[in-house]
Design a protein around this ligand. Structure first.
Ligand code: ATP
Ligand code: MG
Length: 174
């Protein structure tokens, strides 16, 4: 696992590869399958057509998506987690979007700002109820920034959350 100290000391190097986004999504989903069992959740995968190939760091992207899926599985009970991927053409080059959506506890608007901070959880009792260190999203956000993109969140308490990773489809390998 890549940790914050490595990322912050700029010793994390990107290892860019070109690979099929659809295959990547399928593989991540099968790795995350067992995570869904704990709370009786169901994982649904939706890939839009023409995902094609992307050039980025597959190991880091995998860590990010697995972090999001493990959060979704942890904060959802007897619900549905949806993993979807799409590709968007933009003037400067294509971007990809990977969304992890859940039907879980959701997050208060006022707490959203804390989520990507190190060692921060949405509420003071999150740790007592769910455990965790409050690092997953901080690390994931930094990894996405290294890959030229970011993560955003849309959530409603009691209804669920959607975390969206947006990245350039082709990162220059240098
Ligand atoms: N899918 C989600 N639904 C509801 N709350 C979430 C979700 N994902 C993250 N959160 C909130 O954001 C906080 C930060 O998430 P993060 O992944 O950084 O930490 P963690 O899961 O608590 O611990 P760690 O990932 O280090 O084991 C969580 O503690 C939780 O309060
Ligand atoms: Mg987490």
């Amino acid at each position: 696992m890549l940790d914050l100290s490595h990322i912050e000391s700029n010793t994390v190097e990107l290892s860019v590869e070109t690979f099929s986004l659809e295959t990547f999504i399928r593989n991540v989903a099968s790795t995350a399958g067992p995570l869904m069992n704990d709370n009786g959740n169901r994982l649904v995968v939706k890939s839009s057509a023409q995902l094609s190939e992307i050039s980025t760091d597959p190991t880091k992207l995998r860590q990010v998506v697995l972090n999001l899926l493990s959060n979704a599985a942890k904060f959802t009970r007897k619900g549905t987690i949806t993993l979807s991927a799409s590709r968007e053409a933009r003037p400067g080059g294509d971007w990809i979007e990977i969304v992890v959506e859940d039907t879980g506890i959701g997050i208060d608007k006022a707490d959203i700002g804390k989520l990507f901070q190190e060692f921060r959880q949405a509420t003071a009792n999150t740790y007592n109820k769910y455990g965790g260190t409050g690092l997953g999203l901080a690390v994931s956000q930094k990894l996405c920034a290294l890959m030229g993109g970011g993560i955003s969140v849309d959530s409603e308490p009691g209804r669920g959350s959607a975390f969206s990773v947006r990245l350039p489809a082709a990162l220059n390998a240098e």
